[in-house]
Design a protein around this ligand. Structure first.
Ligand code: SF4
Length: 404
């Protein structure tokens, strides 16, 4: 059944069909649609107990921790919802190899051994050669290195795998082609299919961990959830050598002041965690610092297996590395910062905790982040909380450690 029909079916489901789906040992996509239905929301306690038990049976009482390391916030794409969009007049920088190592050393000193290298898509600043050098520089000390960068051909991924990268994360952002076209107004990211096929190219290149997700807040969340479930099901059958993770990012405030187009409540998010776990017992579920501390703590026992902690979404955010190289871009063109230089527009944000995305040159102390982090606790505070909840924080990918 096509995803739009399944989304309709989900809205029409009643408690009876939800219970029937819950009784099955192996769920179909139609069952998954039932579990994310409004009717299943009334059975959330039941879903949560099942999901909690299944997660502990499959993963034990552990939460893997990872940290994003932003290499660059340069980007040639215009994605309406992203602070790094080409046309946003933000403060930008690309870390040098030494600056990247400083950031990684700080994360290592905090305990992390699993790192996610993130960069906007900009072949000039973030070349394949640069990425390979970054991975090679970290390989000896980092058992887990994942990438979240512009999609590539299989042949371009292969040298990154050879250098030591083992994971690739690529969010489809939205599985709704119309919304996708509206959101991606310039740059190579406009090609929906090229992005959708990225995990398969990554798998063919030898990445053994793949991460996928929509970005909730663009299209109807039930439609997106059904599509990511179908995508995951496809990848589990066709890229079976790789481990799969599904993230659950909701839109956060960012430069450009984009407002979510659709709403997904905290309860919807909790229901989705449970439904994904029941549908995919062995798939890792990732929760980032996009969500506030209290909600993360509450979602953790439901089915989450991996979390970021103490995250910064700006290059140099952990150590201040690269700050002396900051520049503004105005419609993609570099404007050097100098005393008396024009002040970049300061976007206003509604709601609490709004931050200044691009300040005056004299205040230019940091590159602009991709989005505003909601859980600002340190990595140690998050690790302590995980222990308090009766789980063990694991700072590295144990499979990589075993095969090292
Ligand atoms: S979402 Fe990615 S590709 Fe789009 S503007 Fe942001 S960094 Fe660039």
């Amino acid at each position: 059944m096509p995803a739009p029909s399944l989304a309709q079916r989900s809205l029409a489901a009643n408690a009876g069909v939800v219970r029937e789906s819950l009784a099955k040992a192996k769920l179909s996509l139609a069952d998954f649609a039932n579990l994310i239905s409004p009717a299943a929301s009334g059975l959330l306690d039941h879903l949560a107990r099942r999901s909690h038990t299944m997660t502990q049976q499959r993963f034990g009482k552990v939460i893997r921790l990872f940290a994003p390391l932003y290499l660059s916030n340069e980007c040639i794409n215009n994605c309406q919802y992203c602070g790094f969009s080409r046309d946003n007049p933000i403060l930008r920088v690309t870390l040098s190899l030494d600056e990247m190592k400083r950031e990684a050393a700080e994360l290592k000193s905090q305990g992390f051994r699993n790192i996610l290298l993130v960069a906007g898509e900009h072949p000039k600043f973030v070349s394949n050669h640069y990425l390979r050098e970054c991975v090679a520089a970290l390989h000896a000390e980092w058992p887990g290195i994942s990438l979240e960068v512009g999609p590539m051909e299989t042949a371009d991924y292969a040298p990154l795998v050879a250098a030591g990268a083992d994971g690739l994360v690529v969010y489809q952002e939205t599985y709704d082609r119309k919304v996708y076209a509206d959101m991606h107004t310039a740059g190579p990211k406009r090609n929906f299919d090229w992005r959708l096929e990225t995990p398969e190219r990554a798998c063919a290149a030898g990445f053994r961990r793949l991460g996928i997700s929509p970005l909730y807040g663009l299209a109807d969340w039930r439609y997106e959830a059904i599509c990511v479930a179908a995508h995951a099901d496809y990848l589990l059958r066709n890229c079976w050598k790789a481990q799969l993770t599904i993230s659950l990012p909701r839109l956060r405030p960012c430069a450009g002041e984009f407002q979510p187009l659709t709403h997904m409540s905290d309860r919807d998010l909790a229901q989705l965690v449970c439904a994904l776990r029941l549908m995919f017992p062995d798939v890792g579920l990732v929760l980032s610092t996009r969500e506030p501390a209290k909600l993360r703590d509450g979602l953790l026992p439901l089915g989450i297996t991996m979390m970021s902690a103490g995250s910064h979404t700006e290059p140099g955010g952990y150590t201040g590395a690269g700050r002396e190289k900051l520049h503004q871009t105005v419609r993609g063109r570099i404007v050097e910062l100098a005393s008396g230089a024009p002040v970049a527009p300061k976007p206003r944000l509604s709601g609490e905790g709004a931050s200044e995305w691009a300040g005056a040159p004299e205040n230019a102390t940091a590159a602009t982040g991709q989005f505003e982090v909601a859980d600002s606790r340190s990595s140690q505070e998050v690790a302590d909380l995980i222990r308090k909840l009766g789980y063990e924080p694991v700072w590295k990918d144990w499979d990589a450690a075993l095969s090292a």
